[in-house]
Design a protein around this ligand. Structure first.
Ligand code: FES
Length: 159
C-alpha cells in the first residue's frame, strides 16, 4: 500500500503494510524512536503526536489512517516559536512535565493552546491520556491558560 502524508513539514510517499503503527513509521522514516517500545499497547500515553493538529497516540494509529494527513512530532515542534510560548508558561506556572512524558504532554498542551481550549474539565480530560503522574491537574490547567495568553499577546505585538 502507498500512502501520501506530511511528516514534520515534509511530504512523503510511503510504501507500507496498512496496519503498521505510526510510531514505527516515524521511527523508520525520521528516526524518531520516542514511542517505540514504550508500553506495547498498555496505553501509557507517552507517544502523542499531532495529526492534523489533534493529539493522537502514535502507537495506536495504523498506517492507513495517516493517508493525506499532516503529522507533527515533538522533534520538529520543539524548534518552533510556539514551543517557546509553552516553555514560558511552564516557567511562569512553576511546573513542567517530567523527562519521561515531556514530549507527549507538550504536544497535547500545544493542541489545547492552539485551539484556545479554556474549560478546565476539557483540559484535564485531554491530558489524562498521559498516565505519568508527575503533574498536578491544577498546574496543567494553569499552563494552558497562561500559554494561550502568552500566544495571544505575542500575536498582538506582531500585528
Ligand atoms: S507507547 Fe504507550 S500508548 Fe503509545
Amino acid at each position: 500500500m502507498k500512502i501520501d502524508c506530511s511528516i514534520d513539514g515534509k511530504t512523503l510517499t510511503l510504501s507500507l503494510n496498512s496496519n503498521k503503527p505510526l510510531s514505527l513509521i516515524l521511527s523508520e522514516n525520521i528516526g524518531d524512536g520516542a514511542a517505540v517500545n514504550h508500553c506495547r499497547g498498555d496505553m501509557c500515553g507517552l507517544c502523542a503526536v499531532l495529526v492534523n493538529g489533534k493529539p493522537m497516540l502514535s502507537c495506536m494509529v495504523p498506517a492507513f489512517e495517516i493517508r493525506g494527513k499532516e503529522i507533527i512530532t515533538f522533534e520538529s515542534f520543539q524548534k518552533t516559536r510556539a514551543m517557546k510560548d509553552i516553555e514560558k508558561a511552564y516557567e511562569l506556572v512553576g511546573a513542567a512535565p517530567c523527562r519521561e512524558c515531556y514530549a507527549s504532554r507538550t504536544m497535547i498542551f500545544e493542541s489545547l493552546i492552539s485551539d484556545g481550549v479554556s474549560e478546565p474539565e476539557e483540559i484535564i480530560k485531554e491530558l489524562s491520556i498521559v498516565r505519568c503522574p508527575c503533574m498536578d491537574t491544577e498546574d496543567e490547567v494553569n499552563i494552558v491558560l497562561k500559554a494561550i495568553d502568552i500566544r495571544r499577546k505575542r500575536r498582538v505585538r506582531r500585528s
